[in-house]
Design a protein around this ligand. Structure first.
Ligand SMILES: Nc1ncnc2c1ncn2[C@@H]1O[C@H](COP(=O)(O)OP(=O)(O)OP(=O)(O)O)[C@@H](O)[C@H]1O
Length: 259
């Protein structure tokens, strides 16, 4: 099985925390799909994306199974980082390599046997579309901010790893432009799965998985039903973002513009 041949992944039900079987037949995810995973703290959101990341075979707490193209994936999908089709980016993603951004990307490009040297600058340029604080090629990886690191990891997943499935665990408030990231990932035909508490990210996703007590409780596909709410929330989010920038810049906030 080859990376670019991932047509779909399938999640088969496991158990909730009491050991009862989950209430769905299967969840199918294809390239280009956007899914948000929501639910209260401790409801099992991270456990669900962890199952996807490691292609669970009833061997995790949840007893779920995750298949690739209807079958168990080959071992090297799980064991060989260079063949892994899943990129997981979390709030805690840090890079401890004592290298400059440029050298780090060079190393990754070499390990992937990519010969086009332009890809390094292109990856940095893309990362800089996702973050307000521009990343310079000569800066050390360890001195990047959280937002810069996550932006670089998303850009790296798109340009260099070329992972078809991208899992984002609560990265929304961490100094990245979430709308730009979502648009860009959709354009590259990635399957995108977000664990999120953010209304904008939830409403921008095509499907919403609601978690409860360690299990998938509901799968919503609101489509047109949420169209108006989505356009309202885009405006509210823009207002919040501009207020956040003003606060960061040291302004006193006397009024809020919602238009
Ligand atoms: N189906 C399950 N059966 C047994 N344990 C589970 C199940 N689902 C999740 N857990 C465990 O419950 C704990 C909390 O789950 P998890 O971290 O996934 O919640 P979360 O929704 O991501 O929470 P938060 O929003 O706080 O990050 C973890 O230790 C996880 O391994």
């Amino acid at each position: 099985m080859h990376l670019h041949k991932i047509e779909e992944i399938t999640i088969l039900p496991g158990n909730n925390r009491n050991g009862d079987t989950e209430n769905f037949n299967k969840i199918t995810i294809k390239p280009g799909d956007t899914i948000s995973v929501v639910g209260p703290t401790g409801s099992g959101k991270s456990a669900l994306i962890n199952d996807i990341e490691i292609f669970a075979k009833k061997d995790t707490n949840t007893k779920r199974t995750v298949l690739v193209n209807g079958d168990y994936p080959p071992e090297d999908f799980i064991r060989d980082p260079s063949k892994k089709p899943v990129a997981l980016i979390t709030q805690n993603t840090k890079c401890l390599a004592d290298l400059s951004v440029e050298n780090f990307l060079e190393m990754h490009v070499r390990s992937r046997k990519i010969t086009d040297e332009k890809i390094i600058q292109e990856t940095i340029t893309l990362a800089n579309e996702f973050t307000g604080e521009k990343i310079k090629p000569h800066v050390r990886m360890t001195s990047l901010s959280g937002g810069q690191t996550r932006s670089l990891m998303v850009a790296d997943a798109i340009m260099i790893s070329n992972a078809p499935i991208i899992l984002l665990d609560e990265v929304e408030n961490a100094g990245i432009f979430k709308e730009k990231v979502i648009e860009c990932l959709k354009k590259h035909n990635k399957a995108l799965i977000f664990v999120t508490h953010d209304p904008l990210v939830s409403l921008m996703s095509g499907r919403r998985i609601v978690m409860k007590n360690g299990a998938v409780e509901k799968i919503l596909e609101p489509g047109e039903e949420e169209k108006e709410a989505l356009s309202d929330i885009i405006q509210m989010d823009a207002a919040l973002c501009s207020m956040r920038e003003r606060i960061r810049a040291g302004e006193i906030i006397r009024s809020i513009s919602l238009t």
